[in-house]
Design a protein around this ligand. Structure first.
Ligand code: SF4
Length: 327
C-alpha cells in the first residue's frame, strides 16, 4: 500500500508570551510558553485528535496554523510550502476553521445566504448562479433546509449554528479543516449529531481534520490518531487503537482513568488527576508533568524528556519509559 501523503508538517513550533509587570515601564518578568517545541505531521484524509486540559496549548497551536497567531519560532509546512510567516494566497482556501462557539463565530447582521457566500466572494470569480450551485448542496449536506438561507443566526439553535459554521468552512472545498472544540458548547445529544456530520462530510469531501477537544470520549470517537498535550508540550502521539490499548505516558494513563466506562467492576472509575496544573508562568524546569506524576524522579524534575518511539507510529516523552528501554 502506498504511504499516505503528508500534507502538514510542524517542526519545533513555539509560541511564548511575555509576562510584564508595572503600569508604565511594563518590565518583562518572564514568559508563558503556551506552545513549546511541538512537532508532528498530518496525513491526507486522517483525523488527528488533539487532547489536553484547559491551558495545554491546543487552541494556540491551531491559531498558529491558521495564521491568527504568529509563532515565536519553529516551522510549519502546508502542502509543501512554508507558512509560519503567513499563508501564501494560493493556499488560503485549502485550510479552513470551525470555531468553538457557534454563537459568536457568526455575524448576527448577516443572513445565512451572506454568511455562506462570504468566503466565495472573498476568493472571487463566481457568478450569483455559481455561488447558488455551491451553497444549496452544502446546506443540504449539513442538514439544513433551503429556507435557512433567508434567516439570521439568532433564529437557530446552537447545533444548527454549528452546522452553518461547518457549511461556511466547507464552501471553498478545503483540504484541511481545523476544528477548535467544535462540540464543547453543545448538549451531549447534539454533540453526537455534529460528530457524525463531521465523519460523513470527511468521507464526501476527502477532508483531513485536526480536531481539538478536552473530552476524551469525543477524541476517541472522531480520531484516527491522537496527540496528547500538557502545558504546551506533546506528551504522546499514536494511532487511536495503540493509544487506548497501550497508553505509555503517565498523563495519558491518568486521562484514560478519568473517563467513565460502563463497568461496575472497575475500581478506578472517574479517578481525578491529582494536583493542579502548574501556572504556565512557573512551569516545571524538567518534565512538565513532574509536579503531578506518581513516578517523578530527580531526573524528571531536572531534565525535559524527549519524544521517543515506543511502538509502531507511537511516540512518548517520558524518562520512565526510556529508562525501561535502556535496561
Ligand atoms: Fe512522570 Fe518523569 Fe515520565 Fe514526566 S518523565 S511523566 S515526571 S515519569
Amino acid at each position: 500500500m502506498a504511504a499516505a501523503e503528508q500534507i502538514l508538517e510542524v517542526e519545533q513550533l513555539k509560541k511564548y508570551y511575555p509576562v510584564k509587570k508595572g503600569l508604565i515601564l511594563q518590565k518583562e518578568i518572564g514568559q508563558v510558553r503556551a506552545v513549546d517545541e511541538v512537532s508532528f505531521a498530518l496525513y491526507r484524509g486522517e483525523t488527528l485528535g488533539v487532547i489536553g486540559e484547559s491551558g495545554c496549548g491546543k487552541s494556540t497551536l491551531i491559531r498558529m496554523l491558521i495564521g491568527l497567531e504568529k509563532p515565536t519560532g519553529g516551522e510549519i509546512r502546508f502542502l509543501g510550502e512554508p507558512i509560519e510567516k503567513g499563508m501564501p494566497a494560493s493556499l488560503r482556501r485549502e485550510m479552513q476553521m470551525v470555531f468553538q462557539d457557534p454563537y459568536s463565530s457568526l455575524d448576527p447582521r448577516m443572513s445565512v445566504r451572506r454568511i455562506l457566500e462570504e468566503p466565495l466572494r472573498i476568493h472571487g470569480g463566481m457568478s450569483a448562479e455559481q455561488k447558488k450551485q455551491v451553497i444549496l448542496p452544502l446546506l443540504e449536506q449539513v442538514g439544513l433546509p433551503r429556507e435557512a438561507l433567508k434567516k439570521y443566526p439568532h433564529e437557530f439553535s446552537g447545533g444548527q449554528r454549528q452546522r452553518i459554521g461547518i457549511a461556511r468552512a466547507l464552501a471553498l472545498k478545503p483540504t484541511l479543516l481545523l476544528c477548535d472544540e467544535p462540540v464543547s458548547a453543545l448538549d451531549v445529544s447534539i454533540q453526537a449529531q455534529i460528530l457524525n456530520l463531521f465523519r460523513d462530510l470527511q468521507r464526501q469531501y476527502h477532508l483531513t481534520l485536526l480536531f481539538v477537544s478536552h473530552d476524551m470520549s469525543v477524541i476517541r470517537y472522531i480520531s484516527d490518531r491522537v496527540m496528547v498535550m500538557y502545558l504546551g508540550q506533546v506528551m504522546e502521539i499514536a494511532t487511536k487503537k495503540e493509544l487506548f490499548e497501550h497508553p505509555a505516558h503517565p498523563y495519558t494513563q491518568a486521562l484514560m482513568r478519568a473517563v467513565p466506562v460502563p463497568d461496575p467492576e472497575r475500581q478506578d472509575q472517574c479517578a481525578v488527576l491529582e494536583g493542579e496544573i502548574p501556572s504556565p508562568i512557573h512551569a516545571p524546569a524538567g518534565c512538565p508533568f513532574s509536579t503531578r506524576c506518581p513516578y517523578a524522579s530527580e531526573l524528571c524534575r531536572r531534565q525535559r524528556p524527549q519524544m521517543r518511539p515506543v511502538g509502531e507510529g507511537h511516540l512518548t516523552a517520558c524518562h520512565r519509559y526510556s529508562e525501561e528501554v535502556a535496561r
